[in-house]
Design a protein around this ligand. Structure first.
Ligand code: NAD
Length: 498
């Protein structure tokens, strides 16, 4: 059976002691295996990173940027191949896979401008004959640990910025869909990045723990579910590392009575069900304000949901494909059952969905549940499937309180024609990323991505200037060049503002 192996200094990992199965979400069954590495495999990657990183850091930033330009060209040239590979393991439809890759490339475009953002600050004459300047230097070796749901975008969020600023980067992608990360690493090599600068090690908890404990790795960026994010954050920080750990989400869409409901329904079809709801910026909770809004919204949502087409990931007509594993399908269906038992009204039931010709595929039909309340565990927890819950709110303040008080605080959206309500909502809501009539408010690459509360541990976001800050250390230099001609010219004077 095909084996997805580590990519260490351009080579592979040898015969793995342990392997994991990679499923075929469209048909069920196992399509390939992935090597599950350990501390010894990591040690080889770290040694290669240590050998390569000083010269890469000393390479001028413009040359590093040229590698990014070439990488972008190569990924674009291989877009169809990468999208097919991604869909085959993840299950998302080809258009979504291309979106995943494209969003990652936008971070690479930001990295093409890295010489500009690394310029530092300078003060001439901060004291008598004294200048102060700062420089951003790479951490040295950084690692990224990524989830299954964006196997191109999230590795590039981290690995693009980390390498552009001069680090060596070791990626530990999800063991569910590891092929695209390997292919991206190969394309970095082809683009001219030296061996040892962007490497991939595969594995599960054993490899993650090895990364967290390795003394030569200075920074770890993690994206995944919240309990594991919290664990990674604590263990990494205890080992003296800089850690950012993004977690789960339960994003709300507030629908004000004056909203354009046709637009809202159209947006919800994509935001709640696109990619089978396996997006950390999906919109799985809709909060209509007022009973009238709730009834009108529900009436429009039902036919729109029935019109959604579920298909295999290469079906160009399909709205979304299978979920990633049988275990995940069962988990989603379990949450629907829990919500029903808790008193939720199942309006459209996606359980037990089968696709003709693909009866063993991991498909879940679109599901709509009304009369969900904050007391329900199915509201409190992330379902991460094609399930939309309606939580009715009597007024604006109640609607504002729902996402604000939820344990997760990744994204939120408000749909309204009222600028004052939108402005008030954006300022007061206790959530990291806000959309105003934008259902999935993922910031562009030169801004920054990150949630609040249990959606992110650590205080630095992904990409944009926050990413540059995370992957670099600031050094501040105070200099003087006494020429010996002044009185006391050689006596040191601490500069003051006086
Ligand atoms: P996951 O937490 O299961 O896995 C993430 C990574 O952690 C993987 O590389 C995995 O190998 C590793 N891992 C798994 N179990 C571990 C353990 N016990 N100890 C140490 N490491 C472990 O997440 P997933 O199912 O791959 O991805 C979906 C989750 O990611 C969802 O919760 C989603 O909301 C979240 N997510 C968050 C963001 C964000 O930016 N906040 C973005 C994308 C996905």
């Amino acid at each position: 059976m095909r084996l997805i192996d580590h990519l260490i200094a351009g080579g592979t990992g040898g015969t793995p002691a342990r392997k994991g199965d990679i499923f075929d979400p469209n048909n069920g069954g196992v399509q390939a295996q992935v090597a599950l590495g350990d501390a010894a495999v990591l040690e080889r990657a770290v040694a290669a990173a240590q050998a390569a990183q000083p010269a890469w850091a000393a390479t001028n930033p413009q040359r590093r940027a040229r590698v990014m330009f070439e990488f972008k060209r190569l990924v674009e040239a291989h877009m169809d191949e990468l999208a097919l590979m991604l869909s085959a393991e993840h299950g998302k439809v080809i258009a979504d896979s291309k979106g995943d890759i494209q969003r990652g490339l936008e971070v690479i475009e930001f990295c093409c401008g890295i010489p500009h953002v690394l310029k530092g600050e300078y003060t001439h004459g901060a004291g008598p004959g004294i200048d102060v300047y700062s420089m951003r230097q790479p951490i040295g070796i950084g690692a990224g640990i990524t989830p299954f749901n964006f196997p191109a975008m999230i590795p590039l969020w981290m690995g693009g910025v980390a390498t552009a600023v001069g680090n060596a980067f070791i990626l530990k992608p999800s063991e569910r869909d590891p092929s695209v990360p390997n292919r991206l690493a190969e394309l970095f090599l082809e683009a001219g990045m030296p061996e040892g600068i962007f490497q991939v090690v595969h594995g599960d908890k054993e490899m993650v723990d090895a990364i967290l404990d390795h003394p030569a790795i200075g920074a770890v960026s993690f994206v995944g579910s919240s309990d594991i994010a919290h664990y990674v954050y604590n263990r990494g920080v205890a080992a003296g590392k800089r850690v950012q750990a993004m977690g789960g989400a339960k994003n709300h869409g507030i629908v004000m009575p004056d909203a354009d409901l046709d637009q809202v329904v159209n947006d919800l079809a994509g935001a709640a069900f696109g990619s089978a709801g396996e997006r950390c910026m999906a919109l799985p909770v809709v909060v209509p304000v007022g009973e009238g809004t709730a009834e009108r919204l529900k009436e429009k949502l039902i036919p729109a949901i029935h019109a959604l087409k579920v298909g295999i990931s290469t079906d160009a007509e399909a709205h979304y494909g299978p979920v990633v594993t049988q275990a995940h399908k069962e988990k989603i269906e379990g949450w629907i059952a829990t919500c029903e038992a808790e008193g939720g009204e199942i309006v459209v039931d996606g359980r037990g969905y089968t696709l003709q010709g693909h009866e063993n595929g991991f498909f879940v039909g679109p599901t709509l549940i009304d009369h969900v309340t904050p007391a329900m565990s199915s509201y409190h927890n992330e379902i991460f499937g094609p399930v939309l819950q309606i939580v009715r709110a009597a007024d604006f303040e109640t609607a504002l309180a729902l996402p604000s008080q939820h344990q997760y605080g990744n994204g939120v959206a408000i749909f309204t024609r009222n600028g004052h309500a939108a402005r008030e909502f954006a300022a007061r809501v206790n959530v990291g990323m806000v959309g105003i009539n934008v259902p999935i408010p993922v910031p562009v690459a030169y801004h920054t991505f990150g949630g609040w509360k249990r959606s992110a541990f650590g205080d630095t976001n992904q990409h944009g200037m926050e990413g540059v800050k995370f992957w670099t250390k600031v050094k501040t230099i105070t200099q003087r060049w006494p020429d010996g001609s002044q009185d006391g010219g050689n006596a040191f004077v601490i500069p003051t503002m006086g």
